[in-house]
Ligand binder design. Structure first.
Ligand code: NAP
Length: 315
């Protein structure tokens, strides 16, 4: 009996030590990645990778915020999107506000290989230090089951080209130039939905799982060549994509998000982007573990509690 109690005591002590070490690591890495950069922010390191940044989907939301923040930190910016008048407007704003040079490339990322010839030609003579693969779409304005989406055949092709093909092709175009210069940064905007399948967002979440998997693998392949590939997996950011959700505890503005996410560059290769999203990510993983989410009763229970309905009305 005595020896059984001793064994239990040892087990308890080991568990407590493990939890203490884990909590210290979580708090320490959170402070290091999200709080320290606020006091020791330096833009020299970012500019040293090259004079130009390229941002896809740069005319609104997170992409526009990244384009502005990169210019504010001293880089010239190439803006790529599908609407020429919005592109010219943003380019002018960046030149006016930060005195940096800009270039615009008009393409629709739902297109095929031909659009990448236009992009390659537009980027040919520039020293590009930073690529932000941001462009992305949902395939329905609300959460919905796969077969409930309108014009699903076309939407599937569009979302796969826009969310996945764009990331792989833009990387294919710019990575060789970064490798030959021995420096470069690629930022891939994924989503909190990249970690596990999301019913009612099936295709969108699957495209983001691709982005994350591709991004982490390419980072591992080319880190030793001086190229950093960062995966940014945000929760809710206040943009057209999340309209009409309002800024609240869960939501951050695109400007705050881009500023905080850029501060994490060089400190972590995978991040939710900002402290508030890191906390949400942590809580979601704890409160909605995969075994519950995908059990035969887990998701139906969430539906019955109208959790899905609550979010469908708001996304
Ligand atoms: N907002 C969030 O809460 C959230 C959360 C997780 C991940 N994300 C990801 O963050 C990225 C940006 O999202 P966002 O919320 O900033 O979206 P957004 O406000 O809708 O902005 C999307 C940008 O991409 C451009 N764009 C869209 N489709 C395009 C196409 N086919 N070809 C060329 N440009 C196109 C848009 O240009 P137009 O002006 O022409 O439409 C706009 O500049 C996406 O990859 C998204 O999946 C967002």
């Amino acid at each position: 009996m005595e020896s059984e109690w001793d064994a239990l005591r040892v087990l308890g002590a080991v568990t407590a030590l493990f939890l203490l070490l884990w909590a210290t690591w979580v708090v320490g890495s959170t402070v290091y990645v999200y709080l320290l950069p606020q006091v020791r922010r330096s833009n020299y390191w970012l500019r040293a990778h090259g004079a130009w940044a390229v941002v896809t989907g740069a005319t609104s939301g997170i992409g526009k915020a990244y384009a502005h923040e990169l210019a504010r930190r001293g880089l010239n910016v190439v803006l790529i999107s599908r609407d020429l008048s919005k592109l010219k407007h943003e380019a002018k704003e960046i030149e006016r506000l930060y005195g940096k040079s800009t270039r615009v490339i008009q393409v629709d990322f739902t297109g095929g290989l031909e659009i990448y010839e236009t992009i390659e030609a537009g980027l040919k003579d520039l020293e590009i230090g930073v690529l932000v693969n941001n462009v992305g779409q949902k395939y329905a304005p609300h959460l919905c089951k796969l077969l409930d989406c309108e014009d699903i055949a076309k939407k599937l092709q569009d979302i796969i080209n826009c969310n996945m093909m764009s990331v792989a092709q833009m990387t294919r175009i710019l990575l060789p130039r970064m490798v030959s210069r021995g420096k470069g940064i690629i930022i891939n905007i994924s989503s909190l939905a990249d970690r596990k399948p999301y019913p009612y967002l099936a295709v969108y979440a699957a495209t983001k799982a691709f982005v994350r998997s591709f991004s982490v693998a390419v980072d591992t392949e080319y880190r030793s060549k001086g190229v950093i590939v960062q995966t940014v997996s945000p929760s809710l950011v206040e943009t057209n994509m999340t309209y009409p959700l309002k800024k609240g505890l869960l939501m951050v503005s695109a400007e705050d998000f881009a500023r905080q996410a850029l501060d994490t560059l060089g400190l972590t290769s995978e991040t939710p982007g900002c402290l508030r999203h890191a906390v949400q990510d942590f809580l979601l993983t704890m409160l909605l573990p995969s075994w519950f989410f995908f059990s035969t009763w887990g998701y139906p229970l969430l539906e019955r509690c109208n959790v899905v309905g609550f979010f469908s009305e708001r996304t």
